[in-house]
Write a protein that binds this ligand. Structure first.
Ligand code: ADP
Ligand code: NI
Length: 215
């Protein structure tokens, strides 16, 4: 298969699995991440083909839905069907493992420029106006309250503690979303995160003012 046919086969398989998903990990999240990752890749002179395939596949076996995120079974199945060569499959698997946020106190280093582009693109989609929408969509899908004033945010030092956390959605801003701007890997990503971050701060201020009846 040529590169275009492979991308199209992977895109179709991912789209079929993710259309209509209700926790903010639907097809349009994948499509936005793919487009942003390709934009970052062109700025950073990263390999567009590897970046696009990894971006398309990055959430298929995410720990939030998959029974076996370490092995990436669905990702491997899709890549095999699309005849992605073995060596490239390994590169893509590495990028996917490096992409996810794993807790406020856990570093998520990247080992390639393509990985930087996918990680930044995924994180940009978790902040700003879209990020606010996705956070509450995820919280709703998990039956989490919007806010519980008595439950303070936590700093998770390991991935397992972060995964087990079931707090309210406003805490998620302090436990993850507001930390992302300082963890961007690419120059373009950093610039874009700055503005999206500022929007979230205004949003949270307004949320609290309305919560307290001050606005
Ligand atoms: P990552 O792999 O880095 O978690 P995803 O693409 O899976 O990135 O995006 C995670 C999305 O789910 C984010 O938009 C985030 O706001 C939302 N999310 C994750 N955990 C929570 C939570 N505890 N409360 C609210 N939203 C959450
Ligand atoms: Ni994602």
């Amino acid at each position: 298969m040529d590169k275009l046919s492979t991308v199209m086969a992977v895109e179709q398989a991912v789209k079929q699995r993710s259309l209509g998903e209700g926790s903010g990990h639907d097809w349009w999240h994948i499509d936005r991440v793919r487009n942003m990752a390709l934009h970052l890749a062109s700025e950073e002179k990263a390999d567009a083909y590897v970046t696009e395939l990894a971006a398309l596949l990055h959430d298929v076996d995410d720990w939030k839905f998959s029974e076996n995120p370490a092995e990436l079974p669905e990702v491997k199945h899709i890549m095999a069907e699309a005849l992605v060569p073995e060596k490239l499959q390994e590169r893509i698997a590495t990028i996917i493992h490096e992409t996810s946020f794993k807790g406020a106190g856990v570093q998520t280093p990247i080992s390639s420029i393509e990985s930087a582009c996918v990680q930044d693109a995924d994180r940009l989609d978790a902040i700003g106006a879209i990020g606010v929408a996705r956070a509450f969509a995820f919280g709703g899908a998990k039956q989490r309250p919007l806010f519980e004033p008595e439950i303070a945010p936590e700093n998770h030092d390991d991935f397992a503690a972060y995964q087990q956390n079931g707090g309210h959605t406003i805490n998620h801003f302090y436990e993850k979303l507001l930390l992302l701007k300082d963890r961007m890997q690419t120059k373009t990503g950093k610039l874009m995160a700055f503005e999206r971050h500022a929007f979230m701060e205004v949003y949270l201020e307004r949320f609290m003012a309305e919560w307290n009846g001050d606005a």
